[in-house]
Design a protein around this ligand. Structure first.
Ligand code: FES
Length: 160
């Protein structure tokens, strides 16, 4: 093999190795700097017009997660249960069970939040009614402004 060909192959090898190392390191750099560009996990989001919430009823609302991962896709949309207790009185609950974060449903007939995973149940005020959940449902801050119901978002669900 001629020396110029050997030199060319050496340089090509070093160049490809450097490029590979650079590409492999990009996710690490992105991870290290992601806290700098993240929006606060506690951000107010509008979840519907006041008229969409009849007094005494519990509604599922959807909102955009303020800190979704870039590849989150549909999972960047989160949700909560919101009940209008009075004219200007609202209460909001996490849609995630406090056992292992399964999504819960509201049963109007039973007047309970129910978890399909291990049978956990919660009273209408979020207290544990039965099953394995170790603590009440997480609550959202809710406010009414300009005819809209606003919810202050939370980070990822806490379990246990
Ligand atoms: S996740 Fe809800 S009871 Fe286990």
């Amino acid at each position: 093999m001629s020396s110029s060909r050997r030199r060319f192959l050496n340089r090509l090898g070093v160049g490809l190795g450097g490029l590979t190392a650079l590409l492999a390191g990009l996710p690490v750099v992105g991870f290290l700097f992601s806290p700098v560009r993240r929006e606060d996990e506690h951000t107010w989001r509008p979840v519907g017009a006041l008229g969409e919430f009849p007094v005494g009823e519990t509604r599922m609302v959807r909102y955009l997660d303020p800190e979704p991962l870039p590849w989150a896709g549909f999972a960047a949309r989160s949700g909560a249960w919101v009940r209008r207790e009075g004219e200007d009185e609202f209460v909001g609950f996490s849609m995630y069970c406090t056992h292992t974060a399964c999504p819960i449903t509201w049963s109007e007939g039973a007047n309970l939040f129910m978890c399909p995973c291990h049978g956990g149940t919660f009273h209408r005020d979020g207290r544990v009614a039965g099953g394995p959940p170790p603590r009440p449902l997480d609550r959202f801050d809710i406010r009414v402004q300009d005819g809209q119901v606003w919810l202050r978002t939370m980070g990822a669900p806490r379990t246990g």
